[in-house]
Design a protein around this ligand. Sequence first.
Ligand code: BES
Ligand code: MN
Ligand code: ZN
Length: 512
Amino acid sequence: MKNTKVIISKDGVSDYSGDLLICLTTINKDDKLSGADFIQPEIDSFQKKEEFSGKKGEGVVLYPPFNTNGTRIMGKRVLLLGTGKIDDIDSTNELRELFRSSGGIIADFCRKTSAENPCIVLHKSGDIKLQLAAEYLTEGVLLGDYSFKKYKINDDDKKQYPGIKKLLITAPGQISALKKNCRRAVNSAFSTVTARDMANEPGNGWTPDHFARHAEIIAKNHKLKCRIIEKSEMITLGMGGILAVNQGSVEPPKLVILEYRPKKKSDTILMIGKGLTFDSGGVSLKPAAGMMDMKYDMCGGAAVISAMETIAREKPDVGVVAMIPSTDNMSGADALKPGDIITHYGGITSEIENTDAEGRLILADAMAYGIEQYKPTCVIDLATLTGAVIIALGHHRTGILGTNDYLVKSLTRAGSICGEPLWRLPLGEEYSKQIDSEVADIKNTGGKPGGTITAAAYLQKFAGDVPWAHLDIAGTAWDFTKKTYIPKGPSGTGVRTLIELVRRWKNGQIKK
Ligand code: BES
Ligand code: MN
Ligand code: ZN
């Protein structure tokens, strides 16, 4: 993975001789274009001209060298990038998204012009909050600059443009505060692109063992506790769900656990991510068209393990335990069959109606075990669990279901801050009835109606009375709504929502 350097400075722009200087241009209250003082004469030359109106996302390129307001501008290009009327925006989340998406536009422009050392100039304008601008521009640039070219050995682009090496941000003041904000952005972007990297790996490039090895590296680097539950121990413990899904596979399953504990006594958040490294459907085989996308069925696990790295770096005052149950879902000779009955960790039995409803089977064991072992304050799981959530919400929102309003609201709020919108779906007795079985305690499908809800109803049985929320990211983990800072392919959704939730966590608030 590329490690872009981000540097905040108060230096004047006359020292800058890099490849791209970006000057944000806002439209102020009396419809005038405004930017940093030194470039204002140039901006003024565009007032009321058609080629640049300063609207959000609109840009114009100037070519140095030139003198403006007594400053000598060097470097290769200057991009005046419009943000529209910032002073009219009173929603902080809308501002965050404006800067994030502007960051994405900047990254794209860098790619097109092969700029490796861009410099963004921030200026004071009305109420514009420099800290917000610095944090979310940085996040947007780093998220937008992402590409996955590992397997493109002879790719010309790869040789030509390595991406952004150094991002410079200059601002008129508050440097130490800005540095702190940019550090947060660097962390959350780093975790997000790490999750994208894992997801981009094909089924033969990212196996359960890769999750385990990666967790061990994080644990070593950040002094976390790491535990890998191997197949033999799963057998001893009676984890019938994950073992059942793994039956048709030659890759051994892993249950990966990472533990972060703060110094003081605190709440414990248990985060569980579905780490299904390839979902063929098993004996209930999926159709060939689109099956390839099922290499992304580990995006929940990738989100959880990647978020954990930022958590380990930032050391919040809440404990976090991450669990990733991981296997692929194949149809080998020993594979699970429709009609089979399995016993989950803790004893609940389940009739398998469809081997393609496997996510809930591996998550159920992890939830039951995690709750017993770590006695968490709450449980959050992330999973590419149902195609039905795409029918319900499209690719624009993650579905959230849960038993605790405070937890669901906190997650929804965190999601809106990050530009990862969540939408709540209901739970209830009527839905739970759909997974009643004639022969076992429950069955693993509830029919077509309310498919996302009946999948959650399955998990609900394993949450017991522990406050729990479930994020169905099947619609948003890839093919997410087009955004400038989310390239085609896996989005890394959920990573930043989890990080934001943890950053804002207040111990003792959640009630059963
Ligand atoms: N991993 C899939 C869900 C999925 C489907 C994610 C499409 C992203 C895009 C999951 O394991 C699955 O196969 N679910 C089944 C459940 C059904 C058999 C009850 C589904 O949604 O069809
Ligand atoms: Mn499946
Ligand atoms: Zn699946």
